[in-house]
Design a binder for this molecule. Sequence first.
Ligand SMILES: Nc1ncnc2c1ncn2[C@@H]1O[C@H](COP(=O)(O)OP(=O)(O)OP(=O)(O)O)[C@@H](O)[C@H]1O
Ligand SMILES: Nc1nc2c(c(=O)[nH]1)N[C@H]1C(S)=C(S)[C@@H](COP(=O)(O)O)O[C@H]1N2
Length: 179
Amino acid sequence: MSTPSIPIGVVTVSDRASRGVYEDKGGPGIVAALTDLLASPWHPIARVIPDERDAIAAALVELADVEACPLILTTGGTGPAVRDVTPEATEAVCEKMMPGFGELMRQVSLKVVPTAILSRQTAGIRGRSLIVNLPGKPSSIRECLDAVMPAIPYCIDLIEGPRLETNPAHCVAFRPKGA
Ligand SMILES: Nc1ncnc2c1ncn2[C@@H]1O[C@H](COP(=O)(O)OP(=O)(O)OP(=O)(O)O)[C@@H](O)[C@H]1O
Ligand SMILES: Nc1nc2c(c(=O)[nH]1)N[C@H]1C(S)=C(S)[C@@H](COP(=O)(O)O)O[C@H]1N2
């Protein structure tokens, strides 16, 4: 029997991309990064929504509870601007926060851009879904995902999700011995 394809939520949070003012480069950027990084069969379930806390929370709940995505990645809305509310929406729908993800992503991003400290990006667990925030700048997606992906498969194991394998040419996942 072939391994079932794993659904992965891809959420672009951007006022302008959602209105069609510019073409969304965030969602396709996440899909391109995951295509390199993952070896398991997977497919994206993509949403493009404005910087509205309730709309972001509703998309995260749907992707977690209805679509059963073990991993949901957001891009955008993590900064200090008045309309940046992705971390608040993430926190509102999660039972557990995983602050190490944001800490590590800011640390690696600081090597690229001093304004990395302006991102409040975080991560958390809702049921059997891990939600990870990425900044809105399309170039930040790969920088951040490369840093945290080695820990994501084991995190998904721990929340009783499917076994996610990475592509060793691009990412070596770490699972403690015996896991
Ligand atoms: N989804 C996207 N697609 C393409 N470019 C983007 C996207 N999101 C952000 N960017 C680019 O990165 C810059 C910084 O992103 P940021 O999230 O701060 O945008 P913003 O000023 O909040 O506007 P908006 O919410 O309308 O995208 C944007 O000005 C834009 O050039
Ligand atoms: N790797 C990386 N991280 C980054 C950036 C970037 O260009 N690359 N931009 C920073 C900037 S300028 C801002 S304002 C914050 C928040 O961006 P967001 O509101 O688009 O999520 O992310 C920061 N983190």
